[in-house]
Design a protein around this ligand. Structure first.
Ligand SMILES: [Zn+2]
Length: 300
């Protein structure tokens, strides 16, 4: 499960400057399950380091094939997203937490907080599995729930620090794709977990949320200026290795899929693209992402 190669790659990445062209770098992870094999497991776990796990839900269980993140601190464990349904995720999460407890020689595992990149159904369908789990908080889906859980005073303008214990996260409100969206920057690994706001795929933005999305991208770019971001890790992959090419919306498999990780330069490329459109959003394919405005959601 813990890939020595991942550690070697991580060490290599830190010796490079952030602006070094990464084109020749080996992938950060072993190939992800992509739906092309009938024998693939329902979930694939890869360790970024011994306190950081990236989990993919199989496209064969749900075409969204989302990515989940499990981050360990000394005092708390954060699970970011619970999947799109069609499988049980808690046994896998409980096993990872138990393994971590044993390795650390603890009598008791740290409490768990279950939060979400945002409130869409493909990211919280496993929440019910955690209801009633001891020492566990499941954060609600509304912006007010997220703001309260992470003590964000002025949503979406404030960025809050959240300490898992020797591991400080910056919680960055990023409404636009969905009103309760957050990005999470981990000060230890310098990973930016970007949810559905930036990933190698179709960045859906309802046109009536365009200004909020633009403000969110500006907020994240301001935050990352002067900080080294090791990698941007989103919640889906919907593109192939061919620049600018996506798979169809509910594709049963993703042969020759794009890597999960994006370089920090994609954030400023996204910002420039968003601003270039002004108030007239349009579909705009870039090598690593596709801006994809959609009609406003009907009001409930
Ligand atoms: Zn999603």
């Amino acid at each position: 499960m813990t890939s020595p190669r991942a550690f070697a790659v991580l060490a290599a990445v830190f010796t490079l400057s952030a602006s070094t062209a990464l084109a020749a770098d080996p992938p950060l992870f072993a190939p992800w399950i992509d739906g092309t094999s009938a024998a693939e497991p329902q979930m694939q776990i890869q360790a970024y380091d011994s306190d950081t796990y990236v989990i993919r839900q199989s496209i064969r269980t749900n075409f969204e094939g989302p990515f989940l993140y499990l981050l360990f601190g000394k005092n708390q464990v954060l699970l970011l997203d619970t999947g799109a349904g069609g499988l049980q995720i808690r046994p896998t999460i409980d096993r990872l937490i138990e393994d971590w407890r044993v390795v650390h020689g603890l009598h008791k595992a740290p409490p768990l907080i279950v939060a979400h990149s945002h409130g869409h159904g493909d990211h919280h369908m496993g929440d019910a599995e955690f209801a009633g789990r001891p020492d566990t908080v499941v954060v609600g889906l509304a912006p007010a729930d997220v703001a309260a859980a992470f003590k964000i005073g002025d949503w979406p303008h404030d960025i809050a620090k959240y300490d898992l214990g020797g591991r400080v996260l910056d919680i960055i409100p990023t409404p636009g794709h969905q009103p309760a969206h957050i990005m999470v920057f981990d000060e230890n690994t310098r990973l930016l977990l970007s949810g559905d706001t930036l990933y190698p795929g179709r960045l859906y933005v309802p046109t009536d949320q365009w200004a909020a999305y633009r403000d969110s991208i500006d907020r994240v770019v301001r935050f990352t200026q002067g900080r080294l971001v090791s990698h941007i890790l989103g919640a889906h992959i919907e593109m192939s290795q061919a620049p600018g090419k996506d798979f169809i919306d509910d594709a049963a498999s993703h042969p020759h899929e794009h890597a999960l990780e994006l370089p920090d330069a994609d954030l400023t490329e996204l910002q420039a693209a968003v601003h270039a459109m002004g108030d007239r959003p349009r579909r705009d394919a870039h090598a690593d992402f596709i801006l994809f405005p959609i009609p406003p959601k009907p009001k409930p």
